[in-house]
Design a protein around this ligand. Structure first.
Ligand code: HEC
Ligand code: HEC
Length: 354
């Protein structure tokens, strides 16, 4: 065959390739603007995350939510964004026993990590928020971000008007929701971003998916103790390492201002001093531990659990007693397992609209 007869075919292939690439690009662009995205990172061997039908995930919505999450202009006094207390280097916590919200209001609980929040059905240490969307509004209008509309502080609507006037935001709200900024839209966008904070990029997730070399040998021995003699999986269960239930393990029961935890929500006697089982992902970075930050080191928290919690009339004895006796080496293995539950971060702080 001569070169002459080949050339047109080559040109045709080239043209087709270019066309396909353009279509793919255009498709991706249109897709990202309007379509529901169906595949987000998920934890392995676990039921798919439930996305509310009135808040489908789109790339543009998640991007907007990510910006709002990182923006201090969301708070009443412009001093706080969500990221302030859920920092990457601290395992998505603030590394403190308490928190200071907008207008310098002190909150007496230690922020929990945000890893895998998209899988939960109740939020906060006491589970008082029933959806991520509700949780965002709760934090925003409550003591955390202070947009209460009371005491001369701006309301969520006031802050929306301010955000709307920022060109980069006004445009995005139109693109994503087809309308201006509203408290509902802000909550939806931040919740959508929250659902992408998945700890799939971790040795733990790889190990759960069947990769036997993901955890070190020492950590694997620790895992055997964790799920065996340690009985930790009675509560820190499954790939999320939490049963999403409330247990009294005796933390803070002798405090002057007693925090009754789940009891505040349900008024069930058995919920006195019960708190939601936290996941243990990224635990090595999130000291201090427990809802009141009373354990300074991971060793302290683990020793409390091994001791069967701290005795009090409401202690979850069924799951915690008798205390677990481990050899020095076994305790070290257990700690190594917990320290290898680290998550590698994918989220980089976005550029904020000016
Ligand atoms: C001033 C610090 C602070 C800021 C700012 C903050 N949080 Fe939190 N966050 C906390 C504390 C403290 C808790 C636990 C409160 C409780 O249990 O009563 C918490 C709990 C949560 C939880 C519950 C996690 C779980 O496992 O139940 C989520 C989700 C969350 N925050 C998301 C956000 C979002 C979204 C924002 C921004 C709208 C935000 N936080 C801003 C301190 C903060
Ligand atoms: C009865 C259920 C239960 C069992 C069993 C249990 N835990 Fe927990 N764990 C909890 C609850 C609930 C909390 C939070 C309590 C609080 O802050 O008031 C917690 C907190 C922790 C924390 C601190 C986490 C944080 O983010 O502050 C660590 C670490 C921990 N547990 C490790 C273990 C280990 C290791 C075992 C096994 C030896 C174990 N737990 C057994 C329910 C349990």
């Amino acid at each position: 065959m001569s070169g002459d007869s080949k050339r047109p075919r080559l040109n045709l292939t080239l043209a087709l390739t270019v066309l396909l690439l353009m279509m793919a690009y255009l498709n991706e662009w249109v897709f990202s603007m309007t379509e529901v995205q169906t595949s987000w990172p998920e934890m392995p061997r676990y039921e798919a995350m439930k996305i509310p039908t009135d808040n489908p995930m789109t790339i543009a919505k998640v991007e907007l939510g990510k910006q709002l999450f990182h923006d201090r202009r969301l708070s009443g006094d412009e001093s706080r964004g969500c990221f302030i207390c859920h920092l990457k280097p601290r395992g998505l916590t603030n590394g403190r026993a308490d928190a200071v919200g907008a207008y310098k209001v002190r909150i007496s609980r230690s922020p929990p990590t945000l890893w895998n929040i998209g899988y939960y059905s109740e939020f906060y240490w006491d589970g008082r928020s029933r959806s991520l969307e509700a949780q965002v509004k709760d934090a925003w209008s409550g003591r955390i971000l202070g947009a209460s509309g009371k005491d001369g502080h701006p309301s969520m609507e006031d802050i929306c008007r301010k955000l709307e006037a920022i060109e980069g935001y006004g445009k995005q709200f139109q693109e994503v929701f087809g309308e201006a900024c509203t408290p509902d839209n802000v909550a939806k966008a931040i919740a959508a971003f929250g659902r992408t904070i998945v700890a799939n990029n971790s040795a733990w997730a790889r190990s759960w998916a069947g990769d036997e070399s993901a955890l070190s040998e020492k950590a694997q021995r620790g895992w055997e103790i964790f799920r065996g003699r340690g009985r930790c999986t009675n509560c820190h269960d499954g790939v999320l390492l939490t049963d999403q239930q409330y247990h009294n393990i005796g933390i803070g029961m002798d405090a002057e201002n007693l925090d009754l935890g789940r009891y505040n929500v349900t008024k069930n006697e058995e919920h006195r001093g019960a708190f939601k089982t936290p996941t243990l992902l990224d635990i090595s970075k999130s000291a201090p531990y427990f809802h009141d930050g009373s354990a300074a080191k991971l060793e302290d928290a683990v020793d409390t659990m091994l001791a069967g919690g701290i005795d009090n009339p409401w202690l979850d004895r069924a799951n915690l007693r008798p205390p677990v006796k481990l050899s020095k080496r076994e305790r070290q293995d257990l700690l190594t397992f917990l320290r290898e539950l680290t998550v590698e971060y994918a989220v980089t702080p976005p550029r904020l609209p000016k």
